[in-house]
Design a protein around this ligand. Sequence first.
Ligand SMILES: [Zn+2]
Length: 859
Amino acid sequence: MFSGFKAVFPILGVVSFCIVLSCSSRKAINDPVLEPGVHRSLAIYRKAVLSDIQYMLDLDLPAQKTKAVTAHETLTFTLNSLRLPLQLDFREDPSKISTMTLNGRHIEVDYQKEHLLLAPEFLKNGANVLQIDFTAGNGALNRNPDYLYTLFVPDRARTVFPCFDQPDLKAVYTLTLHVPQSWKAIANAELRDSVIGQNYKTYHFKPSNLLSTYHFAFAAGDFKLFTGSLGDKNAEFLYRETDKTKITPSLPAVFKIHASALKYYEKWTGIPYPFQKFGFVAIPEFQFGGMEHPGAIQYKASSLFLDEGATKDQLNSRNTLIAHETAHMWFGDLVTMDWFSDVWMKEVFANFMADKSDEEAGGNDAYALKFLIDHFPAAYAVDRSTGANPIRQPLDNLQDAGSLYGNIIYHKAPVMMQQLENLMGKERFQQGVREYLRKFANGNASWPDLIQILDRYTPANLQAWNKVWVNESGRPVISYTMTTQDAKIHRLLLSQQTEYGQKRIWPQSFEVSLFYPGSVKVLRVNLKAEKMLLKEAEGLPEPQLVLFNSAGDGYGEWPVDPRLPEQLSSLEKPLHRATAYISLYEQMLSGKAISPARLLAVFGKSLEKEQEELNVKLLSTYISTLYWQLSTAAHRKTLSVTLENQIWTALLKQKSSNNKKHLFKLYQDIFMNADARRRLYQVWESQQPPAGIALSEDDYTSLAFALALRDDADPSILAVQDARITNPDRKRRFEFIIPAVSGDKAKRDHFFNSLKLLPNRAKESNVLSALYYLHHPLRQASSIRYLQQSLDLLKEIQATGDIFFPQSWLQATFGSYQSKQAADVVRTFLTAHPDYNPKLKAKILQNADNLFRAEKLVH
Ligand SMILES: [Zn+2]
């Protein structure tokens, strides 16, 4: 499987020498490469020679974030080969190591290319003990004025303490934390005791379960602690939220969602919750939605704490997020990928299982609609681009693992999994997955390990299926021809083509619905070849409308009946309308069935009738893109009054307060004219929302930003809004974003330039919000100058930022440009860097895809 073996920086100058170790498989192991990061060969070598790893870590966490974290580590491990120096990962200044003692003997620090080298003469076969006194690196401690939290995925544990940083060397962690007296702390393991000292408190945690380095975690600081029940067990929850209107409804809800997710997974997997304790912590402005550290799950605080005005969409997202992280306890934590090339496996299972637990809670049709809207548009956004990546990608060095993450992992993979389950049947799929979990519990496994097991549960050819869905990128373009005779269908021919690259066939199942007055004929199709005659349709009366992919489970660019735009509102099922909206949008982006201007008009009209909240949200997103990125500035001007009126009228007509709120947000997003501005200004100033809508402080904050972005804004808006915000975390966030929204170009320039310094990018979620305003279409005349420099920064952003940051940085930067000038910046950059990191290049192509399309579509 691993082929890209790089013969650089060999230890002791030996490259091609092979050893055969006494490990169970007795396979030949190449000597490890010594290079920055964690090379695949190093991981394979260490997996073969190391076992029984235990870390005892003692950390002194001072209150001031500028003070050093002093630490002591006792690392014990069993070794079975003394031929080579052992590489211990530490991506920090080696002067931070003060003393090292290996098996009782003091040793000098030998530091090369992010590794501490332990010489064979100090090591022994069997058990070894290494003692290190050091100053912990701050790289992944996320230190804030009064709290900190670790985030080590995928390979950041090595930025804090010396370790064997790879997922398949699971170890036991025994953690001691010395913290300021007022602080609270949470870690993977149960607390053994806490001891109060003079000015500090010491938390002793018990030995953890077996964990990969990226699962080892703790958080400490000025948190509130709530202990709640999850049915048969208690769980601790740390948070910093201060708003009672959010805390009161959210605490019971959050525990209830966790409890029902746990119950579902225990039943589905047949394995009781596999870790010693359950706990979670809400982190303000967390870089991700959540992170699945066993016993100490981290969540973005704003995703957990919702008030009574929360929309169904926000509630759904919270359910899904909690179900996702909880599913990881089995998928990812109990059984872990052996290398990050299979990181998608834990993500697909977590998403897929989260959806399944929702299905049980919500029923079939609601499930199908949510699955469609959650996954398909996001997967298409990458898969339709020339930078599309396959689900499974090779990875030479763990330091590049961040580039594997993206929509394909999170959104195409669940679609693939659903197709796999359809292919195998639900029961056999479940049996296979259960066997896989039992077999690899507390260990590691790869995707081929799983496919091998599943293959035994089905007669289908999983290897061929796997090749096109998992190992290759892209989606099929489906088309059809229908001929009729005497008002009956004579022939209905379906074909699939490849959008880019080599010809491929995607085997998949989907539905085609034929609509007649008062009835619908549904046909289930198993498309396995390039072309297929739909025999079942022959002889049926000619329908008044054909809807392809009507169950919403088929993947690809779907054809649309030319009559569809006129008949949208006659589709009674929300699922049918959703699949129609998506297909029309995809057709528009391909420059086929409908123009952006026409589609904007069609969707605007659909708003008047659409009642299903998920569809209202989908339409709102599409309308926003059609308006800002796929209309010329001149066209926008002429149609803005009509669109504003259309949205406001729809808002008044809607009965559901959630729908009203979505439409209010859309109105706030697109408004241009004086009447709309007056209306919104009044809502903001008086803090009186329109009837039937509840607006929170966050809503008023984004409204203040939207008003401030417009030319004629009241200059005091942001100062007034700032004064209204009392929560210190939210206030810091607001003040960080202000210069990016400023009407003063010099301030925006200064803000953009400040992002070139790493400390100013530390709060990634705040940076991304600021970039949205900085590159807003109303500001693009001046912000286009930032594009080139934003690309120049990308490599550094990948090296220093968290895993989602390079992709989000590109998305927030290029997400709303449309001009040839902007597209030229991307093309020039790619031409000037022919040897650019291919995974990063792919990310650029993915995020500039809409820009390239806009350049062609908008005239
Ligand atoms: Zn996940």
